[in-house]
Design a protein around this ligand. Structure first.
Ligand code: 16G
Ligand code: ZN
Length: 530
């Protein structure tokens, strides 16, 4: 058709270099920004098709999250703010690798495979993080949308979760909130302020320092601040005014290095928060009076949230099951604490948000977090209806109604589309304030086991294959047996290996009773992988 011919013609301005293979991985396409122009053009074409196929607005986010500033990336977002349906990842890879002159036939293959009516309209929301490569890559994307005759809205710089929120609001006709950036701040701030109980606090102090990773999270937190009316005193550091994006700062740096980011002046006990480069991950930390760094990662966050939501559900008298979803990277202490002390069912999913998200849908209230700080809570439609009904049921005891009302506010505060650093941060602040806890009280819920993460360059990382949510290696032959033997030597030992989905390496994880033992176990296992 005409459109396909136009798409081929348009590729002349976005030629595909020879010899590079792109793959739509766990986080979309990610690479050096200098080679991504043809990928962005092609993702413009694909986003238009996706919108036609779903008969709804879809979104495209341009970001490389926690990766270095010269990198960039692109991922598609489905109409309700979910990640792109898995079956389309292949279409994305196929199109990204199509030679310029083959774009028409690549598009035709997708149109046939999915049975898309190409004459339908399409509409796409677009946003990017603060990377300097963002604007030209956006142009390439818009070129792709234009040749497809698609309408679009370019929101400029947003956090990834803000874009997920916007597309969901738009497609659910306002039922999820107002589809504007201001609407996002208003929704969160209103819920946060209503959940805030004033009154004397002994331990909780409404004062935090935020490490914005020199990225979009810092800018957007500043915008949120005025909506919070002094209820929380936030100092935003690493706001991009001097430092480089993700350089010696941000959630990934803090989690991997197990130390505070550059650019912060911290008093003992002071609660600090680190966002990543596109503000979909968050970790907390503090330094105690002896100068020891303490990290409160995704596992601590999910334990805190599941505990509080569990209490509210009990207090409301509603019959709703709560579960937590983790990955193999979750600290063993957190899993034990959830199962043995809190009596909350825990399931383990493969690494990558889509896998956790999927499993969390199995519960009425599903809390999912990766240890790295990406996570959120999902409420089933049925749970949502029950909670709302209870909050308005005058025949209920007032304590039950009040608990249900707090649950409705928590649902508003939580960005259910995807992990959201700003939203998760406000959720944690709400719970700490309600419990009158300092960071140290939160940290005392359970003590993390020491762990070590190594990455190993190998000839072919696909030689390592896993099963049981990545906890058991099925190839190469003999590897798992060797790991089992090593693990057995250590108190509270646990170790697994998996091929990375984002880098050409194999990752080795180990935990044990002491840091020295965790280090040794990780080292011994990595020797088996070479
Ligand atoms: C991606 C995933 C993240 C995961 C990481 C693992 C999304 C949106 N992001 O960044 O959740 O922790 O990959 O990377 O799913 P790895 O496979 O290199 O260890
Ligand atoms: Zn991110």
């Amino acid at each position: 058709s005409d459109i396909l011919a136009e798409a081929v013609k348009g590729a002349a301005a976005h030629p595909r270099p020879e010899g590079i293979q792109f793959a739509y991985g766990t986080a979309g396409f990610r690479d050096k920004s200098t080679i991504l122009d043809p990928v962005l053009y092609r993702m413009g074409l694909l986003a238009a098709l996706r919108s036609k196929a779903k008969k709804a607005t879809v979104a495209v986010m341009i970001t490389a999250s926690h990766n270095p500033e010269p990198d960039n990336g692109v991922k598609l977002v489905d109409p309700m703010g979910e990640m792109l349906e898995e079956s389309w990842e292949e279409h994305a890879t196929d199109l990204a690798n199509a030679k310029d002159e083959d774009i028409g036939s690549a598009l035709q293959r997708i149109i046939d495979a999915v049975d898309i009516d190409i004459s339908l309209p399409s509409d796409v929301f677009v946003a990017r993080d603060t990377r300097p490569s963002g604007p030209p890559l956006t142009q390439a994307l818009l070129d792709g949308l234009k040749v497809m005759g698609s309408t679009f809205t370019d929101f400029g710089i947003l956090t990834t979760p803000q874009l997920h929120y916007l597309v969901r609001c738009h497609n659910s006709k306002g039922a999820y909130g107002e589809p504007t950036e201001e609407g996002y701040y208003k929704k969160l701030a209103q819920a946060f302020l209503k959940l805030r109980k004033d009154g004397a606090k002994k331990k909780y102090e409404p004062v935090v320092i935020i490490d914005g990773a020199n990225g979009v999270g810092a800018l957007k937190t500043r915008k949120l601040q005025s909506h919070l009316h002094e209820s929380l005193r936030i100092t935003v550091c690493n706001d991009g005014s001097s430092g480089k994006l993700n350089e010696k700062c941000g959630a990934d740096f803090v989690k991997v290095q197990q130390k505070p980011p550059a650019g912060l002046e911290i008093q003992p006990g002071q609660r600090c928060v680190s966002f990543d480069g596109d503000a979909d991950r968050v970790v907390f930390f503090y330094v105690n009076k002896d100068g020891v760094f303490n990290l409160l990662d995704g596992d601590k966050i999910s334990t805190l949230i599941a505990g509080y939501l569990g209490e509210l559900v009990s207090a409301s008298g509603l019959q709703l099951n709560i579960g937590v979803v983790q990955t193999a990277y979750a600290n063993g202490s957190s899993t034990r604490y959830l199962e043995d002390v809190m009596k909350v069912p825990v399931s383990c999913a493969k690494t990558g948000v889509k896998h956790l998200h999927h499993k969390a849908l199995e519960f009425d209230v599903g809390v999912y977090f990766e240890a790295n700080g990406h996570g959120t809570v999902l409420f089933s439609d049925q749970a949502e209806q029950k909670i709302k009904a209870a909050s308005q049921d005058d025949s209920l005891e007032s304590s039950k109604r009040e608990a249900a009302t707090r649950l409705t506010l928590m649902m508003d505060l939580i960005n259910q589309t995807v992990g959201d650093a700003i939203s998760d941060f406000l959720v944690v602040e709400t719970i700490l304030s309600t419990r009158d806890w300092a960071a140290e009280d939160w940290n005392m819920q359970y003590r993390d086991l020491p762990s070590r993460l190594l990455k190993i360059k190998v000839k072919d990382r696909t030689a390592v294959q896993t099963t049981d949510a990545e906890r058991c290696a099925t190839a190469p032959a003999g590897l798992q047996e060797a790991i089992n033997k090593l693990v057995a030597k250590y108190q509270q030992g646990r170790s697994f290996v998996r091929p990375s989905g984002t880098e050409d390496v194999v990752r080795v994880f180990a935990e044990a009773d002491t840091q020295a033992n965790a280090d040794m176990l990780a080292h011994e296992v990595s020797v088996q992988v070479y």
